[in-house]
Ligand binder design. Structure first.
Ligand SMILES: [Zn+2]
Ligand SMILES: [Zn+2]
Length: 175
């Protein structure tokens, strides 16, 4: 986990207000549950995290029971462009923090109550983060589809559509 700077903390705070407001409007969660969420510390993940968009961290108490330590979001989610998806991710993590630890049926049912579509935005976010870090595009010479990657494909990968070998094209402004 990285330490959130004051701007990030302000964004997290406003996300929290919004998500708790929507959760209250679903009339599904108790006031005490929502108040407990209000107390959960918010933070950010390391900038280069690609697989995880949000994480709920737990600590083990002396009694052996678990307590939420923090909810951390990917720092790029705090950009205004991802605001809708950031709300969804925070809602998802809040469901974990309320004790729904697994992505089971009950969890998915609650998650689906969120007013906008998180799954598709999640895919778009993953793709954008990959593109940010990519040094190469693996390009199909037949259909022109490109796949941003950090490493060369070196002739080892095929286009799923055409079964042609993907060609490495360097990204000009790669760091
Ligand atoms: Zn989850
Ligand atoms: Zn192709």
């Amino acid at each position: 986990m990285a330490r959130a700077n004051p701007d990030q903390l302000a964004s997290l705070e406003s996300l929290k207000e919004r998500v708790l407001e929507v959760m209250a409007s679903l009339s599904l969660f108790g006031a005490a549950e929502l108040r407990a969420l209000e107390e959960v510390r918010l933070g950010v993940l390391r900038r280069n995290a690609t697989q995880r968009h949000g994480v709920t961290r737990w600590k083990v108490l002396a009694s052996g029971s678990l307590e939420v330590e923090s909810v951390d979001l990917h720092p790029e989610l705090l950009n205004q462009a991802w605001r809708d998806y950031a709300e969804f991710v925070l809602y998802h993590e809040y469901l974990h923090a309320m004790g729904h630890r697994a992505h089971d049926q009950r969890f998915r049912a609650l998650e689906s109550l969120w007013p906008n579509d998180g799954q598709n935005r999640g895919k778009a976010f993953t793709k954008a983060m990959r593109l940010n870090r990519a040094q190469w595009i693996w390009e199909c010479p037949t259909c022109g589809q490109g796949f941003p990657r950090q490493r060369r494909g070196a002739g080892r990968f095929l286009c799923r559509t055409c079964r042609c070998v993907l060609v490495d094209v360097p990204i000009e402004n790669a760091q």
